[in-house]
Design a binder for this molecule. Structure first.
Ligand SMILES: [Ca+2]
Length: 213
């Protein structure tokens, strides 16, 4: 870092100042500066002052750069706040459909705006590492297949197989993904399967930006 060279420069000036403070070796009362003479005269003092001004100017420039960097970082922190959490919330048993169908998690508990509760699609606002998770509730006599999708490509699956006993079950899964601006992430209900939700919000979908890349 530049700080190290500035520190060395400041130390050198301090050493010169300390040498000047010692009267030993000053043979001419501090008025004549000559090579090899440990003189503490006006010329040496002038030199020290000039060195200090150079250091001050360098520090001033560094401070200005740092202030600019802080402003840039502040604006990035504002842009990089991305999170949502939503549940299907109504509908009872949903499905089965003939084709894979995007699930619409209508009730947004929190949403910085990148998740659309009308379409069920999250659209990436900033390149980064993101964490997504989904949880699906279903009646065990009806199989449930959920897939986390990125731009039409399956990332992970959560599946609940049919049981002989009729009860309600939950399946969940989650993953960290690297996303580019504009990437779309959503959950599909696989063809021929069911999912269930009601005002207990047992079927949910969440996404968080972990950090930008
Ligand atoms: Ca089961």
């Amino acid at each position: 870092m530049h700080g190290t060279s500035l520190q060395k420069e400041a130390d050198a000036v301090r050493r010169r100042g300390a040498a000047c403070a010692q009267p030993t070796g000053d043979k001419d009362g501090g008025t004549i500066q000559s090579s090899g003479d440990a003189d503490c005269g006006a010329a040496e003092a002038q030199k020290t002052t000039e060195q200090l001004y150079i250091i001050l100017r360098a520090v001033e420039a560094k401070l200005s750069d740092t202030q600019t960097e802080i402003e840039v970082l502040k604006s990035q922190v504002q842009v990089n706040k991305v999170a949502f959490g939503a549940s299907i919330s109504t509908g009872g048993n949903i499905g089965p459909f003939n084709t894979h169908t995007i699930l619409i998690y209508k009730k947004a508990f929190f949403n910085t705006g990148s998740y659309n509760p009308t379409t069920g699609i999250f659209t990436t606002p900033v390149k980064g590492a993101y964490y997504f998770s989904f949880s699906g509730h279903n009646q065990s006599t009806k199989q449930m297949g959920l897939q986390l999708m990125k731009n039409g490509e399956r990332m992970i699956t959560g599946f609940n197989h049919v049981d002989a006993i009729d009860r309600y079950e939950t399946a969940t899964n989650g993953m960290t993904l690297q996303l580019e601006v504009g990437d779309q992430v959503y959950v599909i209900l696989m063809a021929g399967t069911w999912i269930h939700d009601n005002d207990n919000s047992q079927s949910t979908f969440i996404g968080h930006l972990l950090f930008p890349l």
